[in-house]
Design a protein around this ligand. Structure first.
Ligand SMILES: [Fe+2]
Length: 537
């Protein structure tokens, strides 16, 4: 360790004569997020911005992990937080091109209040030269490394080799103390260890101002609209479905509601175009190979015309929504829901639209009339109500399984692994980081404020909190292969809805399956992009 030199920070560059001198710019972040942090985690301090009063030591390193020049001490670094002028110090190093990393060590001032955007190093005698930039964009709590930004394909590839270097390994060692996987409950996806929830997350996983404002704002927007709707309709009973429109005061009404939402055509289209897109399967030999469930006694008279069930199945015309995963999930007191089965078909002689044929509201058939099969020939109110029950169950099914379990919870161990095994210079880290930003934070908040006791789900869901956990456990138990479950064309083909190449199954060609069209295009673009980056690694 070289002997430290103390350099007072200054808003002006300190000129040092001689070709071997460089100025160091430390840019403190402008992201003051303490208002939100105080609300979530009061013990983190009341600082209104990202500055620190601590003493900062900065070391520069070459690619072999050797220190270059002297240790720099900055006093009160970042005091100019939020201002235009970054803090600037100067020191003498031999050749800035050799610097691959900087290390910032914060002494004192506990309470993570220094957010560093970047450190830049420029030649003092040539201020116009391209600076060497070390992006950090992290809260500096104790020790933080910043690695030089690789530029271009060649340098990116070189960083893969550098990732095995001593500094990177030291960085990962520190990360592995912070990001620890908790897999104590094998029936749930492994998660980041955070004993006290959101407030005990690694500081970089918590929201910054922009994100927390977005989060709070979008929630408030919905609440405002609901409150206004309730206020305006305070003295009114609901007499018709049209009264539902009153709730959309400041937020837009979903387009589907504006259409003829009670029609069979809209109901069928909603299986392919709504917010619940993952439950529909095509059964039979042309679909996923499944037979009609034995607990769903659809008969020939349920199929329009003279077609029999078997003929329709063999022709690949039959589609099914089965919400059985919701069966026997504990419900809250005085709340009710169903776990329906719904049969749909595309009439081979028709216009290609997906249309509902039969709905059974509960999984176990009965001999009496308590669990009948409803059809378009049923009383219109009964049929409409049956379709609404399917929509309701289908939405919860989607939210609890593919959204909450797969999208949020099952990706959490991958994010933890990313932080533990990939330094920020690694191309795959660069690829993943933007997509995983704040996800550990939102997951922790979801566990507390969404699916936790007293949370939003408990307020609006028919299921108890334990019920929600039950659904998560059931779905997770069925996730035998994450990659195939998440691979878009594979997943759609597995449901019998596509041919695996991104095209819709023949029967759905005119049904408006835009999810598949758009998803396939996005998948292809992502595949190319990801493939190119992974090829570097
Ligand atoms: Fe989400």
């Amino acid at each position: 360790h070289s002997k430290p030199v103390v350099v007072e920070t200054s808003s002006q560059p300190v000129p040092i004569t001689g070709a071997a001198s460089f100025s160091i710019f430390v840019k403190t972040g402008t992201s003051g997020r303490s208002a939100f942090r105080s609300a979530i985690a009061g013990k983190l301090g009341d600082s209104q911005d990202a500055k620190t009063t601590a003493e900062i030591e900065m070391c520069l390193y070459d690619e072999n992990g050797r220190e270059i020049g002297e240790v720099v001490k900055l006093r009160g670094a970042g005091a100019a937080s939020g201002s235009e002028a970054p803090d600037i110090v100067s020191l003498c190093v031999q050749d800035a091109r050799d610097i691959v990393a900087v290390k910032l060590c914060k002494r004192g001032d506990p309470g993570y209040t220094w957010f560093v955007d970047s450190v830049s190093i420029v030649r003092a005698d040539d201020p116009n030269a391209t600076p060497h930039t070390f992006p950090i964009f992290r809260w500096v709590s104790d020790v933080m490394f910043g690695f030089r930004t690789p530029r271009g394909r060649d340098e990116l590839a070189a960083t893969v080799r550098a990732s095995a270097g001593p500094l990177h390994q030291q960085y990962l060692q520190e990360q592995s103390q912070t990001y620890i996987l908790d897999s104590s409950d094998a029936t749930l996806p492994p998660r980041l260890r955070a004993p006290e929830g959101y407030s005990s997350l690694p500081v970089d996983e918590r929201f910054n101002d922009t994100k927390s404002n977005d989060y709070v704002e979008s929630r408030n927007e919905v609440l405002r609209s609901l409150m206004l709707g309730r206020l305006l309709g305070a003295f009114k009973r609901w007499n018709s479905f049209d009264d539902y429109d009153d709730f959309f005061v400041t937020v837009d009404k979903p387009a589907l509601i504006d259409e003829d939402w009670q029609s069979d055509a809209t109901f069928g289209r909603a299986r392919l175009q709504s917010a619940a897109l993952t439950s529909l399967v095509r059964i039979g030999p042309h679909g996923n190979g499944a037979a009609l469930p034995s607990n769903f006694a659809v008969r020939d008279e349920h199929i329009p015309g003279t077609t029999t069930v078997q003929q329709a199945l063999d022709a690949g015309s039959l589609y099914l929504v089965d919400t059985r995963i919701l069966d026997n999930v504990p419900l809250q007191d005085k709340r009710y829901t169903c776990c329906p089965l719904c049969l749909l078909w595309v009439d081979p002689a028709g216009d290609g639209a997906l249309m509902p044929l039969a709905i059974q509201l509960h999984q176990r058939p009965t001999d009496d009339l308590t669990n009948p099969i409803f059809t378009p020939a049923s009383h219109p109110a009964d049929w409409l109500y049956a379709k609404m029950c399917v929509n309701h169950a289908d939405l919860w099914l989607f939210q609890l399984t593919d959204h909450l379990t797969l999208t949020h919870l099952c990706t959490e161990p991958l994010i933890v692994a990313m932080h533990r095994h990939l330094p920020p210079t690694h191309p795959v880290f660069k690829l993943l980081r933007p997509h995983t930003k704040f996800q550990l934070g939102i997951n922790a908040l979801a566990r507390q404020t969404l699916i936790g006791p007293g949370g939003l789900v408990e307020a609006v869901a028919p299921y108890t909190i334990e019920g929600v956990q039950t659904v998560i456990r059931r779905h997770y138990a069925g996730v035998t292969s994450w990659l195939s479950a998440l691979a878009f064309p594979h997943a759609v083909a597995g449901r019998g809805l596509g041919d695996g190449s991104g095209a819709a199954a023949a029967g759905l060609a005119n049904a408006g399956f835009h999810y598949l069209d758009d998803g396939s295009a996005l998948w292809a673009a992502l595949r190319t992009y990801v493939g190119d980056v992974v090829a570097l690694a």
